[in-house]
Design a protein around this ligand. Structure first.
Ligand SMILES: [Fe+2]
Ligand SMILES: [Fe+2]
Length: 354
């Protein structure tokens, strides 16, 4: 055990998962006691129905199923293999990050009902992470989750920021998985790994987790009004732009799916935007050409910044700083674009409509 936990004994996937790059998935910690003071009573009926659905645990057996896969089939295309592994490692980090955070909230939140909700969600995320790790294991590069939990840097977010960010990432997770699943259903010859067959039930879990956050935010409407609207807007911009830049760093993967990565991201934005009307007071106009131009500029700046990795000296430092300022101002410009106010009645549905 001691040997595995040293940097020398650690495999590359674990090292990659531990990295704290700007766009890599992070681990979070928060003020759990404050979440314990959130109200449930205004949404009591929906809460009880939601908890009953979590209790039923219809996906219990789903992630226990096995599949055959010959890892050598991926060796034919090393670039695709590298991007696929990058996707798996980034996904397992995100899933496990959810698991660790939900477990922490469960143990410290104080309110037994909210604790139970987070226990159910940690259960699901732990299954998701375990399932990805089995896929990585078959490829000979499993991530050491105990090392990840112990050594990964944790970022502190106030509870409301956790709610905005996690709600969005659950719904985006749903939108991504369902879009890939439906696409590969139409083009099974493009399904280069069996893991994608699991995405349907998987995305329903993420959808339900998003519903839980939506419900808690609706029960505590202060989280959605006043200057909190500015924070929500900022989180929408940050989460959407991060996804866009990250997806465009894996061109081979989307080529293998037979998908246009830009169109894929816009489909994911559209679905997430539509769902988020259940709770957020505004949505971003992601189809506005100005928004698209901002995304492209961000991508270009990030590529140039990555190109400077490892470069030393005053020149490189100055260039890096200029690019970082460019990224900051582009994000600010996207934040300042007009948003669309949301008039839709707030609602929560356990079953996705897509
Ligand atoms: Fe998950
Ligand atoms: Fe989730």
């Amino acid at each position: 055990m001691a040997e595995d936990s040293t940097a020398v004994g650690m495999n590359n996937s674990t090292k990659q998962a531990l990295e704290s790059r700007a766009l890599a998935p992070r681990f979070y910690t928060t003020n759990c006691e404050e979440i314990g003071r959130y109200d449930i009573d205004p949404v009591r009926e929906e809460w009880d129905a939601m908890m009953a659905a979590f209790e039923l645990d219809t996906n219990r057996e789903h992630f226990k199923q096995n599949y055959e896969f010959d890892p050598e089939t991926l060796d034919a295309d090393p670039e695709l293999k590298a991007e696929f592994l990058d996707l798996l490692v980034s996904s397992i980090t995100a899933e496990y990050s959810g698991c660790v955070l939900y477990q922490e909230i469960e143990s410290k939140v104080g309110d037994p009902e909210i604790a139970k909700l987070f226990r159910y969600m940690a259960r699901d995320e732990s299954r998701h992470a375990g399932f990805i790790n089995r896929a990585l294991n078959k490829l000979g590069v499993a991530v050491d989750l105990s090392v990840l939990k112990r050594d990964k840097e944790y970022t502190y977010f106030r509870p409301k920021f956790i709610f905005y960010a996690t709600y969005l990432s659950e719904k985006i997770g749903y939108a991504r998985y369902i879009t890939i699943y439906r696409h590969l259903e139409r083009h099974p010859e493009r399904r280069f790994h069996p893991i994608f067959k699991w995405f349907l039930e998987w995305c329903n879990d993420e959808f339900a987790h998003g519903e839980a956050f939506a419900l808690l935010m609706r029960a505590n409407p202060k989280l959605l009004t006043g200057y909190n609207k500015l924070f929500i807007r900022m989180f929408l911009v940050l989460v959407y732009t991060t996804m866009y830049v990250r997806d465009h760093s894996r061109p081979k993967l989307y080529e293998a799916f037979g998908m246009d990565v830009t169109e894929f991201d816009h489909t994911v934005f559209d679905i997430t935007t539509e769902i988020s009307k259940q709770v957020f007071p505004m949505t971003l106009n992601t189809r506005d050409p100005k928004f698209q131009r901002g995304l492209e500029r961000l991508l270009d700046l990030n590529i140039r910044l990555d190109g400077l990795e490892g470069a030393k000296g005053v020149g490189a430092t100055f260039k890096r700083l200029t690019l970082q300022v460019g990224i900051g101002t582009t994000i600010l410009r996207l934040f300042l674009l007009p948003t669309i106010p949301n008039q839709m009645p707030k609602q929560v549905a356990m079953q996705p409509a897509w």
